[in-house]
Design a protein around this ligand. Structure first.
Ligand SMILES: [Zn+2]
Length: 140
């Protein structure tokens, strides 16, 4: 499930909560889930029991296409351990096709070539303990 070009980005600690455990279980299987409010039809992320828009609890999990575009991005060139070996790396907001924006990494060998609006697709990078996977994105 990991992908060439994953860079040396260390995996962040994953600590699922009751509101996020389905998200992390799906990611470990290579599927990206977002939540949808059945009352106002809004897709949202990160997962939470109540719709952030209308506060309805009538929400459901939906599998996202994994396609999106770069909404904003930043290249990190200097960072302390354990991220120093991964520099330069890209932190970005990716706007998913379904609408929600995710704070994530864009994995690329050429960070300078990225641009706002560029199409990206999800990739899953297994965590160091092999228990979870981190959704990141790469240029299409
Ligand atoms: Zn709603």
């Amino acid at each position: 499930m990991s992908d060439a070009g994953a860079g040396d980005l260390p995996s962040p600690d994953v600590s699922p909560t009751p509101e996020t455990e389905k998200y992390w279980a799906a990611a470990a299987e290579g599927r990206l889930l977002v939540m949808r409010c059945a009352d106002c039809d809004r897709f949202y992320h990160p997962p939470r029991a109540r719709c952030p828009d209308c506060l309805s609890e009538n929400t459901e999990w939906v599998e996202a296409s994994g396609e999106g575009e770069i909404y904003a991005h930043s290249v990190t060139r200097q960072m302390g351990p354990p991220y120093h070996e991964a520099t330069p790396y890209v932190v970005a907001y990716v706007e998913l096709e379904e609408g929600p924006r995710m704070l994530t990494n864009v994995v690329t060998d050429d960070p300078e070539a990225l641009s706002v609006g560029q199409s990206v697709e999800v990739v899953f990078h297994e965590t160091d303990d092999g228990e979870y996977a981190i959704p990141r994105f790469r240029p299409v």
